[in-house]
Design a binder for this molecule. Sequence first.
Ligand code: AMP
Ligand code: GLY
Length: 423
Amino acid sequence: MDILVVGSGGREHAIVWKLSQSPEAGKIYCAPGNAGIAGIAECVNIGAMEFEKLADFAAEKGVGLTVVGMDDPLIGGITDVFQERGLRVFGPTGAAAAIEGSKAFAKDLMKKYAIPTAEYETFTDAESALSYLESARMPIVLKADGPALGKGVLIANDLGEAREAVKEIMQDKKFGDAGNTLVIEEFMTGREVSVLCFCDGTDIVPMTTAQDHKRALDGDKGLNTGGMGTFSPSPFYTDEIAEVCMETIYKPTMAAMAAEGRPFTGILFVGLMLTKNGPKVLEYNCRFGDPETQVVLPRMKSDLLTLFEACIDKRLSEVSLEFEDNAAVCVVLASEGYPVSYKKGFPIKGLENFEGSSDKFVFHAGTKLADGSIVTNGGRVLGVTALGKDLKEARANAYKASELIDFDNKYMRHDIGKAIDEA
Ligand code: AMP
Ligand code: GLY
């Protein structure tokens, strides 16, 4: 079966790479893709938001399955467009993707169905938000309602910072219309864990866990980014916690979405905080995580295409999902200055060191082909993933592998997986 993957980042590179190992996979296309994906799939020059063009392409080429990796097209309703045209597609409908598209919707859903999450209030005007803050406990978290590239969350340590955050989000519109509605919520402490789950509208099957590092600088300092590195599994997510999450979060979320007339089919990403009062939901996303996917898929033994098909056909309970008993660490190689401003267009050296390797991989995020060589073309350039028998070995391997690649203004964090030492 021929497959079309929609997206252009490291996550989509990992998805294409994993799908290419499936015995059922025929030709794989990726729109728009990147220079790394072009090595294993045919990149098609159609943007991820050009739904009709993508559907025309899938229909013309007789593509048997389209897999949508990115949040924006899912929130924008790409799945509905494909379904209306009778094209097979993996990903939630626009109505179900609201679980990521609107933080206010997600919070109200959790409140209505008693799913554990931080206490919160929602505001549509700055004055009421400011007066609420007068008597609120600090630190406090302020979130733009709509999608903002993972950057629409501000943590305020005192009233002054909180007032400033209301101004930035609601008045200065730092995140555009995403800030028309503001969610203000309780600050939680604990370990963060990302859990990606296969969903078929009724059943939900969690994959192994991962932990992301969202801040730009070592020691979790600096600005929020799309993610600077990940490790898998999380040593803090015990079997007991997994059981609690299944009963109090995963199953109730699936039931809640179905009850609301928005059954969720696709990948549900549950961002958890393991608090001293039990696991609570930080956020939901309606797709694979980036760069969580770059550590989760290399550890997956099962066939990804079989799982996608089972989700679409509502028979997830009939297939098995297995992971290797090992660990993986991904270090993101970024352009110095990311996420604010950075130069690009520098040739990348050392990619050949990863060819044919089965324990270290390089997933491209922001790269392109220019005059026959691969050059940097974004803030996050590459994700270097290495496997190991345990987390410490995987981390050592990932940092060793990161040294095999070089480009001008290469920047990376040096403490990805530091939490492993505290487990
Ligand atoms: P989100 O996009 O909602 O996951 O938020 C981005 C990051 O902000 C999370 O990964 C957390 O590190 C942090 N964060 C979000 N909500 C809270 C909260 N209620 N308490 C503490 N940290 C939070
Ligand atoms: N790594 C966080 C995300 O994909 O949203």
